[in-house]
Unconditional design. Structure first.
Length: 298
């Protein structure tokens, strides 16, 4: 999508952090903005700030975990601006940081927390695609979808298993969906950021405490608040980087190239363990190999 002026973007989690950075960058480029977020107060503040910058924007209520909420939000957005050109499935939560600074091991992770992270980070992206792809296809394609994954969607450090697993799922959804939509002229990208200034710790705690009980963080020893870290990347820079990638129809969006060696280490580990066939002389048939190939990689 080279021409973005006048296009309409629907951004989940658009009230804060990376989503808000994308909104600002897209607004600068003359796009119309739908800010979809579960947080009414921050959404209203975001709309105020974007309007003051002269951007044409509209807020809609959305909980990405709910199919009904997606349909209602999409209908409202289309009633205001018409068909959506760009969907940014960006809303997400972290798995939480412990107050004592120790890592949250998988064996100590509550089942409800694991399910909540997957519900927002993975089911949310699935429902976004389920809602908007048929609408984009119905009007002849020419749309773009950006799913916010993470560097943790390509490498899985210890103490981050739940979050990483959810973000690996976002990477896989994006890669497969891109190939599924290629002949319908809808691009798909996965945004894989490293550290970005945002409220992720705070908004994740809000979701945990709202869904799992108001005392959840206190009882399980999680941080409920964390100031925005000024050392991290500016979200507007991420937003502008995303815009370039949409124009270029890139599959992967890497605002932080310094992670390349860590990604290479993972691929090297995979290659080291690929050796001889478990069954002497056996190879899978060509049809199975062909069905396993993703043309989006080449
Ligand atoms: N900040 C980073 O360093 C970083 C790095 C890699 C990936 N990410 C990813 O970026 C995305 C955006 O996070 P951020 O860092 O900008 O955090 P943020 O907390 O500033 O923004 C997240 C927004 O998502 C909204 N949200 C949360 N649950 C929701 C739900 N169920 N329905 C609708 N909206 C919901 C929140 O209200 C908030 O406005 C997330 O998917 C996160 O995993 C962040």
């Amino acid at each position: 999508m080279e021409q973005v002026q006048g296009k309409i973007a629907f951004i989940t989690g658009g009230a804060s952090g990376i989503g808000f950075g994308m909104a600002q960058a897209f607004g600068e480029a003359g796009m119309k903005l739908v800010i979809a977020d579960v947080d009414v107060e921050r959404r209203t503040a975001a709309i105020d700030a974007l309007s003051k910058n002269g951007f044409d924007c509209h807020g809609v209520d959305l909980d990405v975990r709910s199919a009904a909420s997606w349909t209602a939000a999409a209908d409202l957005a289309e009633a205001r601006f018409g068909a959506i050109d760009i969907l940014c499935n960006n809303a997400g939560i972290g798995q939480g940081r412990r107050t004592d600074g120790t890592r949250l091991l998988l064996e100590a992770t509550d089942e409800e927390l694991f399910r909540l992270v997957f519900d927002i980070n993975v089911t949310g992206v699935f429902l976004g695609a389920r809602t908007f792809v048929p609408r984009m296809v119905a009007r002849g394609g020419a749309g773009h979808i950006v799913n916010t994954g993470s560097m943790a969607g390509l490498i899985a450090p210890p103490g981050l298993a739940t979050y990483s697993a959810s973000k690996y799922a976002v990477t896989a959804l994006s890669e497969s969906l891109r190939a599924e939509l290629a002949d319908r002229h809808i691009g798909v990208s996965v945004l894989c950021p490293g550290g970005v200034q945002s409220r992720l710790e705070t908004t994740s705690a809000e979701r945990r405490n709202q869904q799992l009980g108001s005392g959840y963080d206190r009882e399980t020893g999680f941080l409920s608040d964390r100031p925005i870290n000024p050392e991290m990347m500016d979200p507007i820079a991420v937003g502008r980087h995303v815009l370039r990638a949409i124009r270029n129809n890139d599959l992967y969006i890497f605002p932080h190239p310094e992670y390349v060696d860590l990604i290479a280490e993972r691929f090297a580990a995979i290659q080291r363990n690929i050796g001889l066939s478990a069954q002497d002389g056996y190879t899978d048939p060509d049809w199975l190999l062909a069905a396993s190939r993703n043309p989006a990689y080449s």
